[in-house]
Design a protein around this ligand. Structure first.
Ligand code: BTN
Length: 261
């Protein structure tokens, strides 16, 4: 991935003035790198990109498969000017940016599956892991990590993932420039978060409803041991997913797992 390394080291600053960036051939997790950088006094915006991760992490302690050169694995350390109560909106804004970054390629059936996945044709293509640094009434710093499957063939995924995961190559059948894609996604993340800061959560929630592709879908929601099936109605202004259950009861999902059915 020489081209990606070159872009990170020489051109990433073009996404936002003042953006610092580093490319690591191999690391445990780019989120851990960015968190460590922040905890040792480093300030964002800071971009960490890896060619490979040995311990890539997802939401709910899941593993993110990160084989060398097959995906985009990166994290951004940012300091959005937002109250902590708006933290659940960050992965939603980042999801919109991810979808926007892919807009130049004719990808059918792209859905932002609440709260942090990008699905293509009912399979997961990318995931977002946002981690806040430190408590407080306002967000001090957040690490936004994204894993995007680029060139995996089905046999490149573990047997647990093979039927659930996909890659850009599997959907498009062409090789896409990783650096061009990263440039678009990172620039779009800055733009979406600036919009959230400026226009607030209500505008973000309505924009997500319009652009996510997730409205009116049949879903199963699992919160702890409890499961409900229903239809997605939209987002609350706090970023919860609103679902109408089969019994017509409306539920707002705060932290469960949502499955497309
Ligand atoms: C999820 O699907 O639950 C989120 C997956 C996020 C994976 C990315 S890969 C880059 C960054 N580093 C990590 O360890 N995780 C994120």
């Amino acid at each position: 991935m020489l081209q990606l390394k070159n872009w990170v080291e020489r051109e990433a600053g073009g996404c936002l003035p003042g953006l610092k960036s580093v490319y690591l051939e191999r690391t445990a997790s780019t989120n851990d790198e960015a968190l460590e950088y922040c905890r040792s006094g480093g300030k964002g915006p800071f971009l960490v990109v890896a060619g490979e991760q040995s311990a890539g992490r997802g939401r709910l302690e899941r593993k993110w498969e990160s084989p060398p050169g097959k995906g985009l694995y990166f994290s951004l350390l940012l300091h959005p000017k937002l109250p902590s109560a708006q933290a659940p909106l960050i992965p939603l804004a980042v999801g919109l940016a991810l979808k926007q970054g892919l807009a130049g390629w004719a990808l059918p059936d792209l859905v932002l599956k609440w709260p942090n996945d990008l699905w293509a044709g009912k399979r997961k293509m990318a995931g977002i892991l946002c981690e806040l640094v430190g408590p407080g009434p306002r967000i001090n710093a957040v690490v936004v990590g994204i894993g995007l499957n680029l060139t995996q063939r089905p046999e490149d995924f573990s047997s647990e993932l093979r039927l659930m995961a996909t890659s850009l190559w599997q959907v498009l059948n062409i090789d896409v420039s990783a650096s061009a894609l990263l440039h678009k996604i990172v620039s779009a993340i800055f733009a979406e978060l600036a919009k959230l800061e400026e226009l607030g959560p209500v505008v973000l929630a309505r924009s997500w409803e319009q652009r996510s592709g997730m409205l009116g879908l049949q879903v199963k929601v699992r919160e702890g041991n409890h499961e409900t099936s229903g239809t997605t109605l939209g987002l609350t202004d706090g970023g919860q997913l609103r679902v109408r259950g089969a019994d017509e009861k409306i539920i707002d999902v705060l932290s469960g797992d949502v499955f497309l059915i």
